[in-house]
Design a protein around this ligand. Sequence first.
Ligand code: F6R
Length: 364
Amino acid sequence: EKAGHKHFMAKEIAEQPTVIAEALSYYLSADGNGIVLPDPGLDFTAYDRIVMVACGTAFYACYTAKYWFEQVARIPVEIDVASEFRYREPPVAPNTLAIFVSQSGETADTLAALRYMAGKAATILSVVNVAESSIARESDLALPIRAGVEVGVASTKAFSCQLTVLALLALEAALQRGEMTADSHAVRLAELRSLPGLLTRALDLDEWLNAVSNDLAESRDVLFLGRGMMYPLALEGALKLKEISYIHAEGYASGELKHGPIALIDSHTPVIVFAPHDTLFDKTVSNMQEVMARGGRVLLVSDRKGLALASDGVWQTVTMPEVPDLFAPILYAIPAQLIAYHTAVAKGTDVDQPRNLAKSVTVE
Ligand code: F6R
């Protein structure tokens, strides 16, 4: 049932090229050039803003999607964790699209936040893995992520499929709102279709990431840094590492480091930097150099171009395939997950059933 893997988590990480291809083919028209949403569809010109609510890893998928919706579709997006949102009882402006993201579709806080928004938001949309779940049932439209059953408590393939569906939605919104030409829309869709191939190449780094993770297993604390869309991924990388390896980890926006957390840097604290060679690369690298100047040990995850420019003095490098800027978070989820996985295996923790955690959190 683990298809030759030692853990469900390893199997589910390895399945990502396949399930993402499946999610894409579910939503793309037969010629691959259009997005087809289930009935009744969505009219993105009817909304002035989006509110996205979820918990844990699903929340980090929302955080990433905020960058997409704002950058490509120019819609303002508010995000919050469900446990805060529900009791904050925020006022809801007219023409709000509310999006709830949940693998299980049964998370109590997310469901309560959805019920709070029912009758206040113009549309309740959910992005779920379990199509017959409470959250799906109570939505105006439920979009399945098509990840298949996820057994490992730590969410992996559900995260990347959530990202894939949210990326498609952002592109659809951009097209409908006239923020993107049909030509560049077609280019972006072709980029998405190239992702499964890139993910397969990233999975080839498994052995190297295993080697690197053996050193991480000795650490008491690990920091994850990223900028722009890599910032939510830094948060997700830290969550993944702490939940299965029990190593204390924090994700920070690279530029925020000098406002306090840089005090944590010493030679015992590995700093993992997600930095594809994108428009923010130089900024991230300068933050990384501040870390190294204080004796920090940096693991730089970048591509060939980025590493050629910035690998001087770093402790370890991971060479990722080049990826279109917009979709880098989906590809860089692979090293984030594999680092957590191999570190946990090196420590001998129960990877699929970490202590104190349940797969579906149906109580608040
Ligand atoms: C982390 C993880 C949790 C879930 C969270 C939400 O690996 O699995 O943080 O993402 O409990 O669960 P769902 O998506 O079922 O609402």
